[in-house]
Design a protein around this ligand. Structure first.
Ligand code: OGA
Ligand code: NI
Length: 354
């Protein structure tokens, strides 16, 4: 069983309203250590570099092998890639994101009806972790479960804007389908049977899917803080849809941070820790973080596709040999999350809510 803490250790401050109050100096709690501040590492080395952009239309043409190989290479070298022509309706994507933007633009009192607690994290939140006095990130979020169906509670989803619930449900249906396609491609690329990864996650009936809608308000001192501190995603795979005209996501590449240039109608796909384990480290779950800016707020929809919590996850036997020893011992995703929590906020992975 996951241990649960019912309440936040101190009053929760909504970053959006801090931002709207017109402050010129951010409270100390949001100021990161100098090494973690956005400007700490010279960006020069990474100028112009970006994660691969892959057109999935190539999979249904004569170039299917080439496209699959590009995805394989991205999984090995970056742990990140963007996908275009992925089959999810661009109109639905935009409508869903804008509905969530409208939610965040509602008066504070309306949003507070959905205020979350660390017991499940579902709802409107502004912090991760219950340690008193921890450093805070410059963002608010809304967290909700889609799968397994037993965890889904639409009563906890916003009723305003009126289209929000329906759009979220439709969005999750289409994104889950895309995740299924990607799981097949990744399985084949690893030399496994096509259904291997989906089955390892517990199959369609039991796998987990949840979403964190992130809201990064404008920040008067963007050089001193982060929208989201550095972490790797602990789960299976993440599909991120963000504002196409405001960048913010940075991916670790050696000693530097690469700022991802968002493209319209694409998803940014990244592999989580469970896929690194299942692939016996052939695929990488890479650290990333979010920077903020003083000119524009940014909305992103982070969709997490995860193994069933109590299913044992271990490297695929096909990927273990005398030359490639088994890199991880078997563990469940639930136990893994507990282990990350115990390591505390310095661990590689620190997204506690997922
Ligand atoms: C996350 C995440 C990135 C972003 O929610 O885990 O990494 O750009 N989000 O919002
Ligand atoms: Ni993340």
């Amino acid at each position: 069983m996951m241990s649960t803490v019912q309440a936040w250790p101190e009053p929760v401050i909504r970053v959006q309203h801090l931002s709207d109050s017109g402050i010129r100096v951010i409270p100390d709690r949001y100021v990161k250590k100098p090494v973690d501040q956005p400007g700490a590492v010279a960006a020069a080395a990474s100028e112009g570099a970006d994660i691969p952009v892959i057109d999935m239309e190539g999979l249904s043409s004569g170039d299917a092998g080439v496209t699959a190989a590009l995805i394989d290479q991205a999984c090995r070298e970056w742990g990140f890639f963007q996908v275009a022509n992925h089959g999810v309706s661009p109109g639905l994507m935009a409508r869903c994101r804008e509905a969530w933007r409208e939610f965040f633009q509602l008066p504070l009192a309306e949003k507070q009806r959905y205020a979350n607690s660390p017991a499940t994290y579902e709802g409107y939140g502004s912090r991760l972790g219950v340690e008193k006095g921890i450093s805070l990130d410059w963002s608010d979020y809304f967290f909700l479960h889609f799968l397994p169906i037993g965890l889904r509670d639409e009563n906890k989803w916003p009723t305003l804007p009126v289209s929000c619930r329906e759009l979220a449900a439709e969005y999750s249906r289409e994104v889950v389908e895309l995740c299924g396609k990607l799981m097949k491609i990744l399985s084949r690329n690893l030399g496994l049977k096509e259904d291997y990864l989906l089955e390892a996650f517990g199959g369609e009936e039991e796998l987990g899917a949840c979403m964190r809608v992130n809201y990064y308000p404008k920040c008067p001192q963007p050089d001193r803080t982060l929208g989201l501190s550095s972490h790797s995603d602990p789960g299976g795979m993440t599909l991120l849809y963000s504002d196409e005209n405001v960048s913010g996501l940075q991916v670790r590449r050696g000693d530097t941070w690469i700022t991802v240039k968002p493209q319209p109608n694409t998803f940014i796909v990244n592999l989580g820790d469970q896929l690194q384990i299942l692939s016996n480290a052939n695929y990488k779950s890479v650290e990333h973080r979010v920077i903020v800016n003083s000119a524009k707020e940014r909305v992103s929809l982070a969709f997490f596709y995860n193994p069933k919590g109590d299913k044992v996850i271990k490297p695929a036997e096909e990927l273990v040999s005398p030359g490639q020893p088994q890199r991880y011992s078997p563990t469940t995703y639930n136990d893994y999350r507990l282990y990350i929590r115990m390591k505390g906020p310095c661990g590689k992975s620190q997204v506690e809510s997922l």
